[in-house]
Design a protein around this ligand. Structure first.
Ligand SMILES: Cc1ncc(COP(=O)(O)O)c(C=O)c1O
Length: 363
């Protein structure tokens, strides 16, 4: 059986160090906002190339807090990709704004910069970009568009740890970059965790308050905050895995090379460009007979996933919030198939997936 992801296997290389780090925190007697969180924040901001990092409880909170901290007029329109994971859209709503969906490019799954202008309204104040599947959005075009119109940018980097465009890391293009360290992410904790990076001092200061009841100094509350702190154990565990993140990314990139090399031509593969450094959180291909192909692979003991089976505007939770038709998002939701690619997979696993797929067309 080739699993889609096996977290025990993916984490096996770090097991001893993870156990040691957890033990260190348990024995320290300090469990919330201590040395480990401070050290992780310093190490992660250095890795990303931003001035500040603020650890929070998860990726959704990172997005909500970052969007709130922009201080946009309540009810502003915020542009967001029509095929993003629901968290990006929910965060905009939770922060008190209206998501306005922008269709993606079929070939990259990412927000299409050429479609931004048509989505602008007199209330548009920000763009929330998602670097989906580990590929950077075309931030060159998106930043120019935003700058010309005075729009803020929040980057959803939940799937793009270490991804770059023209040598620059995702998370450093906009006003803030929001990360999830959900266990399956390229930098995954052993539970929930998240962070916001920014080079804006005032924004960082505000976020340091709002993640902790609006308080930086004990029992002094300057803002209406929430409890969304990164805890010491997760920070200590993330520090262990951050040290190997580049190596792990190289591994996933080498698996992706096998896919690009060996998958049959009838399958639509993600478009690649020379200035994009993809980290392949997900290897998403497109196939009009996706469901049949998925069943065929399962019969051959190969598990795959769909990211995502239901488009955001089709979700019941969004019934009163999102209107309109989004044919490109629909097409992606009907044709996308995610192939196994993780720290726990080997090149021969991926070669097996390729040869099983090659056999499908004959059926
Ligand atoms: C694109 C995207 N945004 C946001 C999130 C939310 O992160 P979390 O699950 O840590 O709240 C996720 C994670 O699933 C995601 O994939």
């Amino acid at each position: 059986m080739i699993e889609y992801e096996n977290l025990t296997r993916s984490n096996s290389a770090y097991m001893a160090e993870l156990e040691e780090a957890a033990k260190r925190v348990i024995r320290s007697g300090w469990y919330v906002l201590g040395q480990e969180v401070g050290a992780f924040e310093a190490e992660f901001s250095k890795y990303v190339g931003s001035k500040h990092c603020i650890g929070v409880a998860n990726g959704l909170d990172a997005l909500i807090l970052a969007i709130e901290a922009l201080d946009l007029p309540k009810g502003s329109d915020v542009l967001v990709a029509s095929n993003t994971y629901i968290a990006t859209i929910m965060a905009i709503v939770r922060a008190g704004h209206q998501p306005v969906l922008v269709e993606p490019e079929l070939e990259t799954f990412n927000m299409d910069p050429a479609k931004l202008a048509d989505s602008m309204t007199s209330k548009t104040r920000a763009i929330c970009v998602t670097h989906l599947f580990g590929k950077s959005c075309r931030m060159d075009a998106i930043c120019v568009f935003a700058k010309e119109r005075g729009l803020k940018i929040v980057e959803d980097c939940a799937q793009s740890h270490g991804a770059k465009l023209a040598g620059r890391m995702t998370g450093t293009f906009g006003d803030a970059g929001c990360f999830s360290f959900y266990p399956t992410k390229n930098l995954g904790a052993i539970g929930d965790a998240g962070a916001i990076v920014t080079s804006d001092d005032a924004l960082a200061d505000r976020l340091l308050h709002t993640r902790n009841y609006g308080s930086k100094q004990k029992y002094v509350n300057d803002y209406l905050g929430v409890n969304s702190r990164l805890d010491e154990i997760q920070a200590a565990l993330l520090r262990v895995k951050l040290r190997s993140l580049e190596k792990m990314t190289q591994h996933k990139r080498s698996l992706a090379e096998v896919y690009f090399d060996k998958l049959p031509a009838w399958l639509q593969l993600p478009r690649r460009r020379d200035d994009e450094y993809d980290v392949f959180h997900i290897f998403g291909v497109r196939c009009s007979r996706r469901d049949e192909l998925r069943a065929w692979l399962l019969k051959k003991s190969i598990k795959t996933e769909i990211h995502y089976p239901i488009a955001p505007h089709r979700q019941r939770a969004m019934e009163k919030i999102l209107q309109g038709s989004y044919p490109i998002a629909e097409e992606l939701h009907q044709t996308e198939l995610s192939l196994p690619i993780s720290a726990g997979h080997t090149k021969s696993d991926v070669e097996l997936v390729c040869s099983a797929i090659s056999g499908f067309i004959a059926v």
